[in-house]
Design a protein around this ligand. Structure first.
Ligand SMILES: *Cc1c(COP(=O)(O)O)cnc(C)c1O
Length: 379
């Protein structure tokens, strides 16, 4: 196998050794008193990270499962949902909505630019019958952190519930769900919560439950129907408050990670990411790389950048993988071959990973005959 590969992609992330070890546990059934104590501690920890008193659902699956559940549960076939988009994941969400027979009302911003709250206000006042607004908080394909608080305030002016794709942002930057009035907030455990993949935790507000219950007609599906989850939390609440088997080993890993995050403090957890991003950007900008997103809307979780002049970014990416065992990401779709993306989540935020990455890029630039200043003198 040789050297282990270090993941510096924008998810999935390398998890800490303690998290991995806590998952290597005999299988515990997903019900009963012993399990409920573990489960409840994980739910309480998630409520603190989400900044919410709303219900938390821990759905097994990828983030997309949680997003499908939100759209399919709050909306009926033929209904309109406002879906502003500024990248791959915004487009993906609209595809999911269409697959449920919903009618996405589209609004796009250029790649690398944020969604504009004023344009969202304008659409909400122009188009009648919009039943929900979706926002991708961190557009992982470009590194743009959308102004979610402002956008959510606009939705409030119209009484429209907000569904947030916080898959790559929750746990990495502040996202106080109750303070910002987010109705459904979906994340995964394999990005800023620093665990292997397997669960999509989401919060659901009372207003969302009211909308789910208040609509005539049939909601979509059963497992991905949030109503099913609510019913089990009420009727089977004391020993099995969810409809199906849960991946209990994943939840043991999540609990280990949550304990660590909350013990260090959320602010310290956020700072780990921003320090890693800051060191990498300082060196790379000094070496001639240009950042891709609008600087005012960049997040500390992903560095998306063009190459330096004369540098073949795909060759750099290959070099880092083959010579340094470091995996970073390229651009998606029309940004393929144009940008690089480096994740700062999970172990990628550690000094060890960041130093090795900077060593690798510096060595590559030297090989290309560019006498760049050493990063150790820059950051
Ligand atoms: C990673 C990601 C997704 C997709 O998550 P899956 O777990 O693969 O379904 C969706 N949205 C954003 C913003 C992401 O970063």
């Amino acid at each position: 196998m040789g050297e282990p590969v270090r993941l510096m992609i924008p998810g999935p992330v390398d998890a800490a050794e303690e998290v991995l070890q806590s998952m290597a546990h005999r299988v515990i059934p997903h019900y009963g008193q012993q399990w409920m104590e573990i489960y409840q501690e994980a739910i309480d920890g998630l409520q603190r990270v989400f900044g919410t008193r709303n219900d938390i659902i821990m759905m097994a699956g990828p983030g997309t499962a949680g997003l499908e559940a939100a759209l399919g549960s709050l909306m009926r076939t033929g209904e309109k949902v406002l879906m502003p988009s500024n990248g791959f994941f915004g487009e993906r969400l609209a595809t999911v909505a269409q697959s449920y027979g919903l009618e996405p009302v589209r609004l796009t911003a250029p790649l690398g630019q944020p969604l504009d709250p004023d344009m969202i206000r304008q659409r909400l006042s122009e188009v009648q019958g919009i039943q929900a607004l979706t926002v991708v908080h961190l557009e992982t394909s470009t590194g743009v952190l959308n102004p979610l608080q402002e956008i959510s305030a606009v939705a409030d002016e119209f009484g429209v519930p907000v569904i947030v794709d916080a898959v790559s942002s929750l746990g990495g930057v502040p996202l106080p769900v109750d303070e910002w009035n987010i109705d459904v907030c979906v994340t995964v455990i394999n990005k800023c919560l620093a665990c292997p993949p397997g669960l999509a935790p989401m919060s659901v507000s009372q207003r969302a439950w009211d909308q789910i219950d208040g609509k005539p007609g049939r909601a979509h599906g059963w497992y991905l129907n949030l109503r099913t989850w609510k019913d089990y939390s009420i009727n089977w609440g004391s020993w099995h408050p969810y409809p199906t088997t849960l991946p209990t080993n994943n939840i043991l890993g999540l609990l280990t990670s949550l304990r660590q995050i909350l013990e260090d403090g959320l602010e310290a957890h956020y700072r780990r990411h921003s320090e890693a991003a800051g060191r990498i950007r300082t060196a790379l900008e000094a070496w001639g790389f240009t950042m891709f997103p609008n600087e005012a809307y960049t997040s500390p979780l992903i560095t998306a950048m063009y190459g330096a002049p004369g540098i073949d970014i795909d060759d750099l990416r290959r070099y880092l993988m083959q010579e340094c065992g470091i995996m970073i990401a390229g651009g998606l779709e029309e940004l393929s071959g144009k940008i690089l993306r480096v994740g700062h989540m999970g172990k990628a935020a550690s000094r060890d990973y960041v130093d090795r990455f900077l060593d690798g890029v510096e060595a590559y630039l030297r090989l290309q005959g560019r006498p760049v200043p050493p990063w150790t003198g820059l950051v």
